[in-house]
Design a protein around this ligand. Sequence first.
Ligand SMILES: [Zn+2]
Length: 171
Amino acid sequence: MGHSKKFPHCLPWDFASRTLLTKPGSSYNEVGISLMSEDYSRLLDKAMEKVPKKVSSGERFEIPTPEMHTTGGRTTIYNFGEISGRLNRDGHHLVKFLTKEMGTAGTLSGGRAVFQGRFNKISIRRLLEIYSHKYVICSICGRPDTKMQKDGRFLFLVCDACGAKSSVLSA
Ligand SMILES: [Zn+2]
């Protein structure tokens, strides 16, 4: 019965402090609340500063349409830099993927990529989609806010949005 003996001792003190804090018109209470909401709105501002970048790259994620031209057995993608920039990947990695998939050779210079052979827009677009699903979009949350991380022989996709780390087959 030690508990019931202790409890009455605690109660008056606890009760008194609680009435003090919740007393109407208590300046402590008002200051406490206003400080808290100011902190909260500041935190919210900070959070919002960060969010738009991620949301804009996420919600509006769309691979730019390749602006391309084929002449004399070579296919040039003029906005290749824009495409790899949107995918947030190194252009050389993307060129390597495309050349491998298309079974051809390709070079990257000044934001343009030139591939040996004639390729149409539809097949390039499809390959870009395959690339983004393999190397850009998080398989857990479906967002593109990821980065590639090499760990020994293994390649991982690390998601900034949900924190997932998934392995990727090396290209
Ligand atoms: Zn994710």
